[in-house]
Design a protein around this ligand. Structure first.
Ligand SMILES: Cc1cc2nc3c(=O)[nH]c(=O)nc-3n(C[C@H](O)[C@H](O)[C@H](O)COP(=O)(O)O)c2cc1C
Length: 144
């Protein structure tokens, strides 16, 4: 069975809820979903995947979380060329700049951002966002 890896960092659970919804979509489409927290992830996790999901909220000043997610992303920068990447994450008071920067970064790495843009939630994901996450998961299942 195809397996889709969903790698994410979440401090207070909002991005984790999005990750869980992506996993639901993957499973709905008949594939296996593996949720991996950023603490335990590395380039080896994405090596054989055609498509993956990466999640992180806006932290710092419109940045990826700096102690775990940023170092992981530096490792993944050299490992995701040619892959499709679903980007997702929650934010609080900003205007989504962290996600636009992340989309540009992933594109510069030679990967395709699924749907052309990341899925973002203002604080806790609402039903529309969760539906988008499930839809991304269903697509990932077909790409894996
Ligand atoms: C240290 C810190 C920095 C943050 N910086 C930003 C920011 O620059 N822009 C923004 O929109 N939200 C910012 N937030 C808000 C978080 O993105 C928001 O609470 C989000 O829902 C957290 O997601 P999580 O539950 O997955 O950890 C920050 C939160 C913390 C704790």
């Amino acid at each position: 069975m195809a397996k889709v890896k969903i790698i994410y960092w979440s401090g207070t659970g909002n991005t984790a809820a999005m990750a869980a919804a992506i996993a639901d979509g993957v499973k709905e489409a008949g594939a296996e979903a593996e949720l991996i927290t950023a603490e335990t992830a590395g380039a080896a996790d994405v090596q054989d995947a055609k498509a993956i999901a990466l999640g992180c909220p806006s932290m710092g000043a419109e940045q990826l979380e700096e102690t775990i997610m940023e170092p992981l992303m530096e490792e993944l920068d050299g490992a995701i060329s040619g892959k499709t990447v679903v980007l997702f994450g929650s934010y609080g008071w900003g205007s989504g700049d962290w996600m636009r920067d992340w989309e540009d970064r992933v594109s510069s790495d030679g990967a395709s951002v699924w749907n052309g843009e990341g899925i973002i939630a203002n604080n806790a994901p609402d039903d529309d966002v969760l539906d988008s996450c499930k839809s991304a998961g269903r697509d990932l299942a077909g790409l894996a």
